[in-house]
Design a protein around this ligand. Structure first.
Ligand code: TXA
Ligand code: MG
Length: 319
């Protein structure tokens, strides 16, 4: 099957209406989409990504009010978060309605739902009679794609179409929030910061490291990983140790001397810029023959630095 890269919403809608897969742009990362209400189409997503069936998919909707069709209960804090941050990088995990097939939720009785903030994908959703189930459009465990070319590099000939919406504005995945009663529980750090969630809801709980917990299987410690070794090093490291076969990922002002090839996520220390560069840098270094190992210095643990550090740490984890 030849993979077409195109910006035609009509073609994308036509393929999706026929139960086929289309990679779609969002503000976070590209997703690999199918009709979320069609079991057979959803199973094809797992095949194309080689994703284990225990890892549930996020359902993407085009209107805030559609959440009522797919969730059976909405805590007040969930409603406040959706009102404040949709469309945007927030996924809410809510008890599901029966119309959402078990294939989407890996048999859980909850479903992750989000309204993405990308004009092409919102236009596409407005043309469809169904929501789109979509994980990130990368082979399972690898770095998420932030351009149509990234998707093409890995999924060419496995899917009929990539809807080209340019490069993703945010560059890390959505923040995933579930609820215990009214208490928001953050299952995955992402493009919406903890500060933003606290400002709306007050107290929150962060439970992102439960790699063995089947409730958040996407949070396996080793994830988002390049094939080359990646090591986290402290900012006090003697950087002169590193050879010119190494790449060093840093952030902000960096004046140390080193033989390593330097990749600065944002020389001016802008967290948003750093997030949008992270996955492209990792992909570029992973395919560059002059780079044998990758080193990274963590960012200050504030703002999007928290999600970026989470991704770097998981990329560094070996098992
Ligand atoms: O930004 C994003 O969220 C992107 C774009 C395409 O929307 N999607 C994405 O999907 O990152 P994916 O499949 O790579 O990650 C989805 C994760 C799962 O691995 C799981 O941890 C969590 O969402 N998830 C989905 N449904 C869940 C549920 N019912 N309960 C708990 N976690 C859930
Ligand atoms: Mg993913």
């Amino acid at each position: 099957m030849e993979t077409k890269i195109s910006s035609s919403i009509e073609e994308a809608a036509d393929l999706l209406n026929r139960g086929q897969l289309v990679a779609i742009p969002t503000e976070t990362v590209y997703g690999l989409a199918a009709n979320a209400l069609d079991k057979t189409a959803v199973v094809e997503i797992f095949n194309a990504k080689q994703r284990p069936s225990f890892d549930p998919l996020i359902v993407h909707i085009g209107n805030k009010s559609d959440v009522n069709r797919y969730a059976s209960h909405i805590p007040i804090n969930a409603q406040k978060l959706m009102d404040s941050f949709w469309p945007g990088p927030l996924t809410v995990v809510l008890p599901k309605q029966n119309c959402i097939p078990d294939e989407v939720t890996s048999g859980l009785d909850t479903v992750g739902i989000r309204m993405p903030n990308h004009s092409l994908t919102l236009q596409l959703l407005s043309k469809l009679d169904f929501p789109l189930a979509a994980p990130s459009a990368n082979p399972f465990g690898y770095i998420s794609p932030t351009t149509s070319q990234h998707v093409f590099d890995q999924l060419q000939n496995r899917i009929p179409m990539i809807l080209d919406g340019g490069s993703c504005d945010i560059g890390v995945e959505s923040t995933i929030v579930g609820f215990e009663g009214e208490l928001p529980i953050v299952y995955r750090l992402g493009g919406l910061t903890l500060e933003d969630i606290r400002n709306v809801c007050g107290e929150i709980k962060v439970e992102v490291n439960s790699s063995s917990d089947p409730k958040a299987p996407g949070m396996l410690k080793s994830h988002y990983a390049p094939t080359k070794p990646l090591k986290i090093i402290s900012s006090n490291h003697n950087f002169n140790d590193l050879t010119n076969h190494s790449a060093l990922i840093v952030f902000g002002d960096f004046e140390k001397t080193t033989h390593a090839q330097l990749f600065n996520l944002s020389p001016i220390g802008n967290y948003k810029e750093a997030a949008s560069n992270l996955f492209s840098f990792l992909r570029k270094l992973d395919t560059d023959d002059n780079v044998k190992e990758i080193f990274a210095v963590l960012l200050p643990s504030i703002n999007l630095g928290i999600a970026i550090n989470d991704r770097l740490s998981r990329a560094a984890h070996q098992d």
